[in-house]
Design a protein around this ligand. Structure first.
Ligand SMILES: [Cu+2]
Length: 121
């Protein structure tokens, strides 16, 4: 009987892991096309979209629309790219950057509660 329970427990764990893996995979990455700006909404602790893809050497224009008035959302910082910007509430703030080196770069608020990923191909 205990073997059966263990098997059921393992199956449940596998299901949970699979669920989380799927849900993170299922989050669509937004790809920059032809120099168009990408709008990112800053609200409820998440950047939406939170995964941005671009090509090395391309100039990327991101428009951050901050809806969250809490101080947490005040800044966006692109780590390793030396870019940061203050986001006024209720406005769209344009951030322009040209990543030269392929890689994965994080962008976060100053407390790192908002989390985003910039993938440079
Ligand atoms: Cu924060």
């Amino acid at each position: 009987m205990s073997v059966l329970i263990n098997v059921a427990g393992l199956a449940l764990m596998a299901l949970i892991v699979w669920w989380f893996w799927l849900s993170s995979k299922g989050r669509p990455a937004k790809r920059a096309e032809g120099g168009g700006a990408i709008d990112i909404v800053v609200d409820d602790g998440v950047y939406e979209p939170s995964v941005i893809e671009t090509n090395a050497g391309d100039t990327l224009t991101l428009r951050f629309e901050r809806r969250d008035a809490s101080p947490c959302a005040e800044q966006v910082i692109f780590h390793k790219l030396d870019v940061s910007e203050t986001l006024p509430v209720g406005e769209k703030t344009t951030v322009t950057l040209t990543p030269e080196t392929p890689g994965t770069y994080r962008f976060t608020c100053q407390m790192q509660m908002y989390q985003g990923t910039l993938i440079v191909h």
